[in-house]
Design a protein around this ligand. Sequence first.
Ligand SMILES: Nc1nc2c(c(=O)[nH]1)N[C@H]1C(S)=C(S)[C@@H](COP(=O)(O)O)O[C@H]1N2
Ligand SMILES: [Mo]
Length: 240
Amino acid sequence: MESEPRDDLPPLERSYGRRAFLGTIAVGVSSLWWGGAAWDRLSRLAQPATGVVPEGLRSALPSPGGGWRIYTVNPPMPRFDARTWELVIDGLVERPVRLSHAQLLALPRVEQTSDFHCVTGWSVDGVRWGGVRFADVLRLARPTARAGAATFTSAERPYADSLSLEQVLSSDALLAYAMDGRPLRREHGAPVRVVMPRMYGYKSVKWVERITLTARPQLGYWEQRGYDHDAWVGRSNGYG
Ligand SMILES: Nc1nc2c(c(=O)[nH]1)N[C@H]1C(S)=C(S)[C@@H](COP(=O)(O)O)O[C@H]1N2
Ligand SMILES: [Mo]
C-alpha cells in the first residue's frame, strides 16, 4: 500500500471489502470525470440507489421529537470567516488545491432531503441539505489512480473521519453548506460538513477544512474510541 500523507490517524486495521460496498451507490458513472484504475473499478461496481434506511429499522428507531443535539469534542466551536476560509484538497492527487468559499459556492449545487441518525439513538427526519457532490469537488484536484479513500479533517481538532471513495461518490453523500434553506449554521459545522445519510452521524464531520485523498480509509475520531468504521445505520455497532 501507499505511504499515507497523514500519520496522525491510525490506518483502518481490518480490510474493507464487500461489506463496505454493500449499500453504497456510485453516482454519475456514465461520465468519466477522472481516469485511472480506481474509477474504472467503481464504474463496474456501480449499483442502483436504494432507500436510505430500511422500513423495518425506521420504525424501530426512537422518535425523540426531531431535535438536533449539537456536538463538539473540543469547544469552542470553530468560527467561520468567508474572507479567509479555505478548503484544502490534498494527498493522492495530481494537483493539490485550496478552494475559497466563493469557489466552493460556484460549484454545481444540489439539494437533497434525507434523515439524520446519531448512533446514540436520536434522529432528525427530512433534513433539507444543499451543497456539492464530492465528485465535483474532488475532481478539481485530480485524484490519482491510487486514491481509494478520503479523510475529512475538521477545524475542530482532533475530529476527523474518512470514507472510501465508493462511499464518498455515492448518490446521497454530500458536502453540505446549507440546511433547511439557510446557510449551514455555526453549530452545525459552518461553512461545510459531510452528509452521509445511510451512516451514523459521527461520519458527518462538521467544520471540514481539509479533504485528504489516501489509499485506504483512516480511523476516525469515534472509530478510535470503538465505533465501527463503516457506520451503516442498522448494520454497525450502534444498533448491533
Ligand atoms: N467536528 C465535529 N463534527 C462532528 C461531531 C463533533 O463532535 N465534532 N459530532 C458528530 C456526531 S456524533 C453527530 S451525531 C453529528 C451531530 O450533528 P449536529 O451537531 O449538527 O447535531 O455531528 C458529527 N460531526
Ligand atoms: Mo452522533
